[in-house]
Design a protein around this ligand. Structure first.
Ligand code: 13P
Ligand code: SF4
Length: 305
């Protein structure tokens, strides 16, 4: 029974159990603080994919959302991948299905499809190359074609389109977290903290990205925080990242652009669920071998770049 344990005791129990199971705990930058703190490694989507591909442990406990656990499972065949809450999905990833993708490709024959890592394995399997928010421009630029289909995030597609001479044909998906932060929210925060720099994630609306001093993936925010001369930063992204930024940069202040917006699915993972996942060795995320093989090609092309 773990119900009586406080956070510190529960974290210790998670670490003990992880060791007993020969498991590594990976957490996305948007996870709640105590889950980030118990993890072996915290990172953005690209860093977590790279880490998963290289793990030596038998078990990966993936503290993030479903498509990320699928990606880990694809890149680490033979490993057991646990997602502590099986209902932690990504609504943006669900905005395009494999049949949607096939119908879309049929309308634009001959064009390559770049899929954001925020897609299901079945969708990745039907695409040419994958990307994350930190390498999307580089991935698109690496293609010889002049026209490129890009799914599912229309805001990330717009971000890429502004930085390439290629024609980007976007799918009309979005992240409700980033898309719900508006220009007025950023302006209001800036009025409260006039000295602060504004950093936006590429999933933000274009008009919000235009207001930002820097547009960065979560991993790039982590790298930039100790480098910047700014002592105050307004973050136009999911506020879970503030835990890590404050821990790494105690002399700086970080403010969310909106006080009430967060990713409900990222917050579904709790310390207790991490413990139960390790204890029960469930819920597991498994990708059918034929889909995994095709999706692996799409992801590996990106990882090589
Ligand atoms: P990163 O690739 O920056 O980690 O973002 C993932 C994500 O889900 C953003 O909403
Ligand atoms: Fe999906 Fe947005 Fe949550 Fe990221 S923040 S997992 S894109 S819903």
């Amino acid at each position: 029974m773990i119900d009586h344990l406080d956070k510190a005791e529960l974290s210790l129990r998670v670490r003990e159990l992880a060791q007993a199971r020969n498991a590594i705990v990976l957490a996305h930058n948007y996870q709640i603080g105590e889950v980030q703190d118990v993890a072996d490694f915290v990172g953005d989507s690209l860093e977590l994919s790279r880490k998963a591909a290289a793990v030596s442990q038998d078990v990966i406990v993936f503290c993030g959302v479903h498509f990320m656990a699928e990606t880990a499972s694809i890149l680490a065949p033979g490993k057991i991948v646990l997602l502590p809450d099986e209902h932690a999905g990504c609504p943006m990833a669900d905005m395009i299905t494999a049949p949607d993708l096939e119908a879309w490709k049929a309308r634009y024959p001959g064009r390559p499809v770049v899929c954001y890592v925020n897609t299901s394995a079945a969708v990745k399997a039907g695409c040419d190359v994958c990307c994350t928010s930190s390498n999307a421009v580089r991935v698109v630029e690496s293609l010889p074609d002049r026209e490129v289909l890009f799914a599912p995030d229309r805001n990330l597609a717009d971000f890429v389109a502004r930085r390439t001479t290629k024609t980007i044909i976007p799918w009309d998906g979005h992240c409700y977290v980033h898309n719900n932060i508006h220009v007025r929210d950023v302006r209001e925060k800036k009025a409260l903290h006039p000295e602060a720099e504004v950093w936006a994630h590429p999933e933000c609306r274009p008009e919000v990205a235009d207001l930002a001093d820097k547009v960065l993936s979560t991993g790039q925010m982590v790298q930039e925080a100790p480098r910047t001369a700014a002592r105050e930063i307004i973050l136009v992204t999911e506020p879970g990242i503030i835990h890590r930024l404050k821990k790494d940069n105690p002399g700086k202040e970080f403010y969310p652009a909106h006080d009430g917006i967060y990713c409900v699915n990222m917050k579904k993972i709790t310390l207790r669920k991490v413990y139960h996942a390790l204890d029960q060795m469930a819920p597991r995320v498994e990708v059918p071998p034929d889909i995994a093989e095709r999706a692996r090609g799409t992801i590996e092309k990106m990882v090589k770049l």
